[in-house]
Design a binder for this molecule. Structure first.
Ligand code: 13P
Ligand code: SF4
Length: 322
C-alpha cells in the first residue's frame, strides 16, 4: 500500500471571523499543550508561546515538559530533537517544510560516507542536523555550548565537526583545537558580508557589533561579541551601549526591543536578493498554521524507535554536560 500523503495545512478551512489568538489559547488548554518558540519566529508567535529560547534552552524545555503535546514553533530539526528527548509527547510543527539549510545539505547517508575517511575521530555535530546525523555522532552541541562540548573531549582526541563550517572554524579559534570541518553553511548567515558590515560600521561608529557564530569568519572577526541567539540578547540587555549592529536573523530584534526599548538596533542586511536577513524556513510558521496544528494535532513528528535511541545518546551526552 502506498504511504499516505503528508498532512498539508488547509488555510482555507479557517473561519476568517475567528479570533486566532483566543482560539489558540483555548486549544492549548484543551490539548494540554505547551507552545515552544525560537527567537526567529514572528513576534505574535513569540508573544503567545509558553517559552521562547535558543536551541539549547528549547531542547532543555522539551526534555522536562509534562505537557501532552509540544507545539514547536521553530524548524524541523528542533521539533525532531524534542521528539528524541520526549518520545511520549505528541510533537507538532506548524509547517513540516520548515527545514534548515544546514540540516538539509547534510543527508545522513552522505555524512556516513564522508565519515569513512575519519574513522579515529570523535564526531561532534551541531544540533542543526537530522536525527540520522545525530545517530552517527558522539556528541551534539548548540551555538551556546559548542566551545564547552569540544573542550570536554581529551586534547589529543581528533575531531570532526559537522555540519556548519563557520561555527566549526569559530570554535577552533576559541579552543585552539584543530578539527576537520564538514562543508555546510546557513543560507541566511552566509549572506552577511564584511563589505556590508564595514559600510554599516562607518555609518554608526558608536555601535557595538554582535553576530551569530554561523557567520563567515571575515564577519565574526569584525564583531565586538559573537554568541548564540540567547547570548546576543543577554549582551544587549547587559551592555550600556545605545546602538547595536546585529548579524543574525532579524526575528531576534523582537526580544532585544523588549529588554532595551531605548536602544537603536541595526540588522545587517543580507548581501543579495531582498536584503531581508530573514530565515525562509523559520518564517513558514504562522499564527494560522499554529492554530491548525493545535486543532488537527498535525503535522506530527514521528521517529523510528531504533533511530531515536541512537540519536538520543548523542543529544544526552550534550545535556549531561549541564
Ligand atoms: P541558536 O541556537 O543560537 O538559537 O541558533 C539556532 C539557529 O538556527 C541559528 O541560525
Ligand atoms: Fe537553519 Fe540558518 Fe534558518 Fe538557522 S537561520 S534555521 S541555521 S537556515
Amino acid at each position: 500500500m502506498p504511504a499516505p500523503l503528508p498532512y498539508v495545512p488547509d488555510l482555507g478551512s479557517i473561519d476568517p471571523s475567528l479570533d486566532l489568538v483566543a482560539e489558540i489559547q483555548r486549544l492549548r488548554k484543551e490539548r494540554g499543550a505547551v507552545i515552544l518558540a525560537h527567537y526567529y519566529q514572528e513576534p505574535e508567535i513569540q508573544d503567545l508561546a509558553d517559552f521562547v529560547g535558543d536551541s539549547l534552552q528549547l531542547s532543555q524545555q522539551a526534555a522536562r515538559t509534562g505537557a501532552e503535546v509540544i507545539a514547536f514553533c521553530g524548524v524541523h530539526f528542533m521539533a525532531e530533537t524534542a521528539k528524541i528527548l520526549s518520545p511520549d509527547r505528541r510533537v507538532v510543527l506548524p509547517d513540516l517544510d520548515a527545514g534548515c539549510s544546514l540540516a538539509d545539505r547534510c543527508p545522513a547517508d552522505q555524512f556516513q560516507a564522508w565519515l569513512k575517511d575519519y574513522p579515529d575521530h570523535a564526531v561532534v555535530s551541531y544540533i542543526n542536523c537530522s536525527a540520522g546525523v545525530k545517530a552517527l555522532s558522539d556528541i551534539i552541541c548548540t551555538s551556546s555550548n559548542a566551545v564547552r562540548v569540544v573542550e570536554s573531549l581529551p586534547r589529543d582526541r581528533k575531531i570532526v565537526f559537522a555540519p556548519d563550517r563557520h561555527l566549526g572554524k569559530w570554535v577552533m579559534g576559541q579552543t585552539g583545537r584543530d578539527m576537520v570541518l564538514f562543508p555546510g553553511f546557513c543560507i541566511v548567515h552566509e549572506q552577511f558580508t564584511a563589505k556590508r558590515l564595514a559600510a554599516l560600521m562607518a555609518q554608526h561608529p558608536g555601535a557595538k557589533v554582535i553576530v551569530h557564530p554561523e557567520c563567515d569568519a571575515t564577519v565574526s572577526r569584525m564583531a565586538d561579541f559573537v554568541g548564540s541567539t540567547a547570548a546576543l540578547i543577554r549582551f544587549v540587555k547587559e551592555q550600556p551601549a545605545l546602538s547595536f549592529i546585529v548579524g543574525t536573523e532579524a526575528g531576534i530584534l523582537h526580544q532585544m526591543r523588549k529588554v532595551r526599548p531605548e536602544v537603536e538596533l541595526i540588522p545587517i542586511p543580507a548581501d543579495s536578493g531582498c536584503n531581508c536577513s530573514l530565515c525562509p524556513y523559520m518564517k513558514l510558521n504562522s499564527l494560522e498554521k499554529l492554530y491548525l496544528a493545535l486543532r488537527d494535532l498535525q503535522p506530527e513528528i514521528t521517529l523510528e524507535e531504533g533511530l531515536r535511541i541512537r540519536a538520543r545518546r548523542a543529544v544526552q551526552a550534550m545535556l549531561d554536560l549541564g
